[in-house]
Write a protein that binds this ligand. Structure first.
Ligand SMILES: [Fe+2]
Length: 257
């Protein structure tokens, strides 16, 4: 079974369109799931959700989704300095003001986690779990640098065993580690990469009954980043966000998502 996993779209419609077109060219992909953070930072929150609904793509709630849906006081994002905090707040308020009631209801209805059994429920495993942050909160950043002990605790909380796969987003940087036989896969970001590569990112996950049982491929897709940058500049969203997209997060005034 081969999945396409798309995370942290953040209202970037051109990036989502490019990724969905790339996935459509791969007939071996059996299902697409999103890992949350559908809105925030770019000006197409309603369009992104309409597109996912049209395509019938299920997924989990990111911190941005659940905070917008419940009118929480901030997006649950992390920032390192006052300027970042200010931008984060502007973006959050812009998004809250522009989502339709329908979009908000959709965001509020997203599940916290999804468990898949790629080889069928009759077999004991493996299990693929989709989250946004960690198994308790969608605001927790699971960075690549986390110690093994942190990831083992996460696996225990999930109920994962050796051979299982835990997928998540939130940090906007793709990575794959195996700890205690469990695969930890950060699926990167479609609409707001932070690893210095401006191209839209998503992940192909293959789970098989024979070796190699788990295969992870990180895919990057060029998209019309200038269309996104122009729309940001023409909106009341902070102009800094345009440069953030063009540089893959390599500007100083970035906000974690
Ligand atoms: Fe995010």
């Amino acid at each position: 079974m081969r999945y396409a996993l798309i995370s942290d779209i953040h209202a970037n419609l051109p990036a989502l369109e490019a990724v969905l077109a790339d996935i459509a060219r791969r007939p071996d992909v059996g299902a697409i799931y999103h890992l949350g953070d559908l809105v925030g930072y770019a000006p197409w929150p309603n369009e992104v959700i309409a597109s996912l609904r049209d395509a019938g793509i299920p997924g989990v709630a990111g911190n941005y989704d659940s905070t917008v849906a419940t009118d929480y006081k901030h997006c649950g994002c992390q920032y390192e300095e006052a300027r970042q905090e200010e931008l984060s707040h502007l973006s959050y308020e812009w998004t809250r003001a522009h989502v339709t009631a329908e979009t908000k209801a959709f965001l509020g209805g997203l599940p916290f986690r999804i468990d898949l059994r790629p080889l069928g429920g009759h077999a004991a495993g493996p299990m693929v779990t989709l989250l946004h942050g960690n198994q308790v909160l969608n605001t927790v950043y699971v960075h690549e640098e986390r110690p093994d002990g942190f990831l083992e605790k996460m696996a225990n909380g999930v109920g994962a065993r050796a051979g299982d796969v835990i997928c998540f987003g939130h940090t906007h940087k793709p990575w794959h580690r195996v700890v205690a036989g469990i695969h930890f896969v950060n699926t990167g970001s479609v609409g707001r990469p932070k690893d210095g590569d401006w191209r839209a990112g998503y992940t192909l996950l293959e789970v098989r009954g024979d070796e190699p049982r788990v295969r992870v491929e990180f895919v990057r897709v060029e998209y019309d980043v200038e269309r996104a940058a122009k729309a940001i500049l023409e909106s009341e969203l902070p102009n800094d966000f345009a440069e953030y997209l063009r540089t893959g997060g390599k500007v100083t005034a970035g906000v974690n998502g």
